[in-house]
Design a protein around this ligand. Structure first.
Ligand code: IMP
Length: 423
């Protein structure tokens, strides 16, 4: 399979980092195609934990080429810190990581606008405050700065001055808040731009040439379909196509290149930030699940909202993205719960439905229709064969697999790299 893609089937944080790290072994190139440093992909290698926000998790597999393609919005500071962090920990980055010259940069004024808008909003989105929305907005309004512009330091400096001054007008006149120190932003920006230069490339041609030579590309999605700008729970979404639908515009690879889509879902559901969440658990059981699964954001540290597995939401993503097979993560976290609920439909004022609503208001009146299955006990982390799982765990997985309607290919049963049931 020359081109494969891994995407999230829920509201992000499905554990894609670990799955990419595992499957990247079969690829030559691993590419991030959307989002930015709002993502936090955690991978455990032995005793070491790596949290990556921009560089694809595939970097932990020696010798692989890792690309940040044009659909990503790249924060130079975060990227350079990540390079330094990986280098210090003995991971070879040089000549292995490249940024598309077409990727837009996330700059200090994007952070300031994101923070200020969230603070001022009547109903905040609960963003990661990483400047993602303002950076994509500037890209769409055709005033953004692209990574390729770092090649010309004078022009870069004057463009950075221009956009920062323009944002200062909004910050002071509209948002009634402190302006940024333009000189300081420009001098730090130019320094970062110089360090960024060797990483900037035409990643699209690089991928096309690699495919011509028979190389394999693995596309690493960030966030999940429910946070997708078009198909997620708008406006409580991120500002990119957080799905397979973002691959074409985010890479420059034509849609027919894509050979396989693997969807990743957690064995239950989590969401960070505001917005609809039909299967959110009420009361102390939510806290129990949060503690058991250590459900705290890897980018912001915020406690994640926890709920039951939602077949309606996952099947919606599977259909939209043409998912071929599914990976279920964190199955071990469900151990010890007496019974497990799975939402198979929604009850609405107009009757029962298995369709995922479009309007936020529609979520207020719906109630999930649950099937209740027996829970299981024991430590699953040593299990490497699906048939060795407790019978109730097998029953749960088979139920989910049948309801979602795509084959279950991988089951993650622990944090470590090898704690997984492979086909
Ligand atoms: P933004 O992407 O920072 O603008 O945040 C928009 C929404 O997406 C918020 O609800 C965030 O919590 C959520 N979000 C963004 N990135 C991630 C992620 O990687 N995992 C989970 N939620 C995310």
């Amino acid at each position: 399979m020359p081109v494969r893609c891994v995407v999230g089937l829920q509201w992000g944080d499905e554990g894609k980092g670990k799955i990419v790290d595992l499957l990247a072994r079969d690829a030559d190139i691993i590419t991030r195609f959307q989002g930015g440093a709002n993502a936090g992909h955690t991978v455990m290698v032995g005793e070491e934990t790596f949290v990556l926000h921009l560089i694809p998790s595939g970097i932990l597999n020696a010798g692989k080429l890792c690309l940040i393609s044009n659909g990503v919005v790249l924060d130079p500071t975060v990227f350079l810190e990540e390079v330094q962090h990986l280098t210090e920990r003995g991971i070879d980055v040089e000549g292995r990581v490249f940024i598309s010259e077409r990727a837009h940069l996330v700059l200090p004024h994007h952070h300031a606008l994101d923070r200020t808008r969230e603070r001022a909003a009547k109903i905040p989105i609960g963003t990661t405050k990483r400047g993602i929305g303002p950076a994509y907005a500037e890209k769409a309004s055709r005033t953004g700065i692209r990574a390729g512009e770092v090649r010309n330091p004078d022009r870069f400096a004057s463009r950075l001055r221009e956009v920062t001054e323009s944002a200062n007008q909004i910050l002071t006149r509209v948002m009634n808040t402190e302006p940024l120190d333009v000189d300081q932003v420009v001098s730090a920006g130019v320094e970062a731009a110089n360090q960024l230069k060797p990483f900037v490339k035409d990643t699209t041609s690089l991928m096309h040439d690699a495919l011509d030579r028979g190389k394999r590309i693995f596309l690493e999605g960030a966030q999940g379909i429910q946070l997708d700008l078009d198909f997620g729970t708008y406006p409580f979404v991120t500002s990119s196509s957080a799905s397979v639908l973002g691959v074409g515009p985010g890479t420059g690879l034509p849609p027919r290149c894509l050979n396989e889509v693997l969807g990743v879902a957690k064995a239950y559901t989590t969401r960070v930030g505001e917005g609809p969440f039909p299967t959110e658990i009420e009361g102390p059981e939510q806290d129990q699940l949060r503690q058991a699964g250590n459900e705290f954001g890897s980018t912001t540290g915020r406690p994640r909202r926890c709920g039951w597995f939602d077949v309606v939401a996952v099947r919606y993503g599977v259909r939209l993205m043409g998912v071929d097979a599914m990976a279920i993560t964190k199955m071990d976290t469900l151990s010890g719960l007496e019974s497990l609920k799975v939402a198979v439909a929604y009850e609405t004022p107009d009757g029962k439905t298995t369709s995922f609503p479009c309007e936020v208001d529609d979520f207020r009146t719906l109630r999930p229709v649950y099937e209740e299955l027996p829970g299981f006990e024991g430590d699953l982390s040593g299990t490497r064969d699906r048939s060795d799982l407790p019978a109730e765990a097998q029953g749960y997985l088979s139920f989910v697999e049948k309801q979602v309607g795509v084959p279950l290919r991988l089951i993650s049963v622990g944090k470590e790299r090898d704690q997984v049931i492979l086909p």
